[in-house]
Design a protein around this ligand. Structure first.
Ligand code: PHE
Length: 450
């Protein structure tokens, strides 16, 4: 049963909330996934569609999630139930909890890879590759080594569980405070390094000049899925974070900050990776190993590369943790609010189950490398189902719900509580009603009839 939430806890400060929500948004999605799928899907054209999706679909849906969350102070299932009791809209909440499950299951595997690279940086294991081919082979061997991968996967999941057990005040808010500025600084330094490599401009061109002939329904679907994934939207993560907000916060500016932060970091990361990819003669379509093949070589050839490597993979691991936390928090909040479980039990049981479901993803590049039902590995299937289907569908339904079922009038009241001036109200209202839901539907239709 939904409870009165007296002891759910609230964010301590406005900046704390913005940083925590940014911590959820900024993670492996920006640093690991964005460059490799941009590379696989045509570079500049993909980036352009991704930006359009962020502005016309991501931005309005993020504000909607924050608003529903703060209004109800509940997890996604409880929130939809309390706004329209006894209707099927509660299904959006269940889909979100399921998406959280699935995403965290493979996310923790990749989080384990980054953690392993911190250790390998410290032990001088990855600082001698002279070209991305060597670094890529090493990475391929590493992710094929099931025992080692599962070890780091377990450690990553264990840390996530440890933080979420402490709840929003203790764990989540603090972890984000230093991370964001440090990460931005690091990426700027790396971008400068990358842009000054010989042959870097070819990469800049691939990344920034769109070739429209490359656009297909599949690319648009993937770009849209990436916008949702990167902004942590469509599954109630932002809704859940909004549910810990005190009433006086300005949701509209928080939304703008988080979207700008997240998109800015993804774009920066592209400027780090693609110039280096082209300068080193690697193919941009290299796949999930892209950053792990390129960066060790970049670090090797730069001043203080040893320290840079440790700091970079360290920051990336923390960024991944602050996202993993938000994924586990959605699942946890559901079991706490709806099932009345104590936090500790919810976190331990669900964290454990998610770890188990992640094991075949962890093995997808090793023992299960040849198992490709319907042409994709287990890892890719889970990612594809969650990111390209569950998130956009969840987001589309959230938009329809806010625009037409709960109603923009009610949403406005919540957004404008405590005299908040909503500067982009007209834009929001228009896109949430007519553009966001329709755009997602069109992308799915185009993909179906292609
Ligand atoms: N946005 C996170 C990232 O980019 C991943 C994530 C997706 C987190 C969905 C929460 C919900 O790494």
């Amino acid at each position: 049963m939904a409870n009165a939430n007296n002891n759910r806890g609230l964010w301590k400060s406005r900046m704390g909330f913005i940083l925590a929500a940014s911590g959820s948004a900024v993670g492996l999605g920006n640093v690991w996934k964005f460059p490799y799928i941009a590379g696989q899907n045509g570079g500049g054209a993909f980036v352009l569609i991704y930006l359009i999706c962020t502005a016309v679909v991501g931005l309005p849906i993020m504000l909607s999630e924050f608003t529903i969350g703060r209004k109800t102070s509940l997890n996604p299932v409880g929130a939809f139930q309390s706004l329209k009791p006894g209707t099927p809209w509660i299904g959006i909440g269940y889909m979100g909890v399921l998406a959280g499950f699935l995403i965290l299951s493979f996310y923790a595997v990749v989080g384990g890879w980054t953690l392993a690279y911190v250790v390998k940086s410290l032990s001088h294991t990855i600082d001698h590759f002279t070209n991305p081919g060597e670094a890529g082979n090493f990475f391929g061997q590493f992710i094929g080594n099931t025992g080692e991968v599962l070890f780091y996967h377990a450690v990553f999941m264990g840390i996530t569980i440890g933080i979420v057990i402490r709840g929003v005040h203790g764990g989540i808010e603090k972890a984000c405070d230093i991370l964001m500025p440090a990460l931005v600084l690091m990426l700027v330094i790396l971008m400068i390094r990358s842009l000054t490599l010989d042959g870097a401009m070819e990469g800049v061109e691939f990344y920034l000049s769109p070739d429209f002939s490359k656009i297909t329904p599949q690319i648009v679907l993937v770009a849209m899925g990436q916008a949702f994934f990167s902004l942590s939207l469509g599954m109630g993560a932002m809704l859940t974070y909004g549910s810990y907000l005190p009433a006086k916060e300005n949701l509209t500016s928080a939304t703008l900050y988080v979207v700008l932060f997240d998109t800015g970091i993804a774009l920066l990361m592209g400027m780090v990776i693609f110039p280096a990819v082209f300068a080193m003669g690697l193919e941009p379509t290299d796949g999930p190993g892209l950053v792990f093949s390129v960066l060790p070589v970049v670090f090797r050839d730069m001043p203080m590369g040893y320290a840079v490597s440790i700091i970079f993979f360290g920051l990336l691991t923390i960024a991944a943790l602050t996202s993993a936390i938000s994924l586990l928090e959605v699942v946890t909040a559901y079991f706490i609010d709806q099932k009345g479980w104590p936090r500790k039990k919810a976190v331990l049981v669900m964290g454990g189950v998610i770890f188990l479901i992640g094991i075949p993803s962890g093995m997808s590049f090793g023992l299960l490398a040849d198992w490709k039902p319907l042409g994709m590995s287990f890892f890719d299937h889970v990612d594809n189902i969650a990111s390209n289907y569950l998130l956009p569908i969840g987001g589309m339904l959230t938009a329809i719900f806010v625009a037409w079922i709960w109603g923009t009038k009610e949403a406005h009241k919540e957004i404008e509580r405590h005299e908040t001036v909503f500067h982009w109200a007209a834009y929001w209202e228009f896109v949430i009603r007519y553009i966001a839901p329709v755009a997602v539907a069109i992308v799915f239709l185009a993909k179906l009839i292609r």
